[in-house]
Design a protein around this ligand. Structure first.
Ligand SMILES: Nc1ncnc2c1ncn2[C@@H]1O[C@H](COP(=O)(O)OP(=O)(O)OP(=O)(O)O)[C@@H](O)[C@H]1O
Ligand SMILES: O=P(O)(O)OC[C@H]1O[C@H](OP(=O)(O)OP(=O)(O)O)[C@H](O)[C@@H]1O
Ligand SMILES: [Mg+2]
Length: 298
């Protein structure tokens, strides 16, 4: 199915937003869109969904194709991995990192061969789903050593290539390293760090809507990183407590009707909250509560 056929039911003036149709990024992207108030209903097997209350049509595509479609202007906006953007060799505008889909694109070779430098693989056989990035990477070594590294493409299960005798090394994604180790491989060299990113076509006519979406996504991502901590503390101990919870900008201090105590509320990073609660308890704060944030604009 071509992109234009996928878009048949889409109002032509809508912003077209490509997101992965399945795979590693799918669930996180759906959660992010929900958090950003981008509501849609995807009918069974359909690759197009029109959003509720926003002039946006979502187009569900393989993650590996999304940068190309954004770069060539078939869609205005897309979410895919930075690795895909690099491989696709198209001009897109990076709007923001999204903080998930984090992994590395690495040269991996059989542990048993004990390669100590990636230079030792120049001139050998590489199998990968990232031929452009791999060729560009090995070019420098090829020129230096006067050899030609052979780079062949496979679409998946890349790690199997060495075991099958098809490759001396592979270039593929590594997150936990489980797949790589199971295939008896080790990292010889990291080529790039990647994560999911929001990209747009530089000539899109939907600049205002793209800015609005960016603000919404930013707001949601910030809300997922922070929690609101609230506690009571006496005037004498206030200074010590505020050192622990200085807030993102500044804490809010409210008078209580009973005497010498004030209520404080402050944003803290979710990953630091247990430590902060312990520290607040230790300086004498009481009634310490932590509230999740649903969303934000900061
Ligand atoms: N193990 C991983 N950890 C984190 N991010 C990953 C991992 N594997 C892939 N990604 C990211 O997700 C993007 C899409 O990869 P994904 O595996 O979902 O696509 P696919 O291989 O086409 O799909 P599938 O694996 O379902 O066949 C990659 O380009 C990369 O940015
Ligand atoms: O380091 P790990 O945590 O093991 O993750 C890395 C693996 O994840 C991806 O594969 P995926 O599961 O998407 O399968 P695929 O190779 O068929 O795309 C990637 O291609 C690696 O094989
Ligand atoms: Mg995959």
């Amino acid at each position: 199915m071509t992109v234009s056929e996928r878009q048949n039911s889409s109002p032509p003036e809508n912003l077209k937003f490509a997101i992965p149709k399945k795979g590693r990024l799918y669930d996180k992207v759906v959660e992010l869109l929900k958090g950003a108030g981008v509501e849609f209903r995807r009918k069974d097997r359909l690759d197009v969904a029109i959003c509720v209350g926003l002039p946006i049509t979502l187009v569900f595509l393989p993650a590996a194709d999304i940068a190309k479609f954004v770069g060539e202007g078939n869609v205005d906006l897309g979410i895919t991995g930075f690795d895909v953007v690099q491989e696709s060799q198209v001009q897109v505008e990076k709007i923001m990192d999204l903080g998930f889909g984090k992994c590395k694109l690495s040269v991996q070779a059989p542990l048993i061969e004990n390669y100590t430098s990636v230079e030792q693989l120049a001139g050998k056989r590489i199998v990968t789903s990232f031929p452009n990035v791999s060729k560009a990477f090995f070019k420098e070594y090829d020129q230096k050593l006067g050899v030609t590294t052979s780079v062949s493409y496979v679409s998946g299960s890349v790690e199997a290539a060495c075991g099958l005798g098809l490759a001396d090394a592979v270039v593929d994604l590594v997150e936990t390293g489980t797949t790589m180790r199971a295939a008896g491989l080790e990292v010889v060299h990291d080529i790039l760090d990647t994560q999911a990113i929001l990209i747009s076509n530089p000539n899109s006519t939907h600049k205002d809507l793209i800015s609005r979406l960016k603000r919404r996504i930013d707001g949601y991502i910030t809300a997922t990183k922070y929690v609101m901590i609230m506690y009571n503390v006496s005037n004498e101990l206030m200074e010590k407590a505020l050192v622990i919870t200085p807030g993102k900008r500044s804490p809010t201090i409210t008078n209580l009707s009973c005497g010498n105590v004030k209520a404080v509320s402050s944003l803290v990073l979710k990953k630091e909250v247990s430590e902060k609660m312990d520290a607040l308890h230790d300086v004498g704060a009481t009634d310490i509560l932590v509230l999740d944030l649903q969303n934000s604009r900061m």
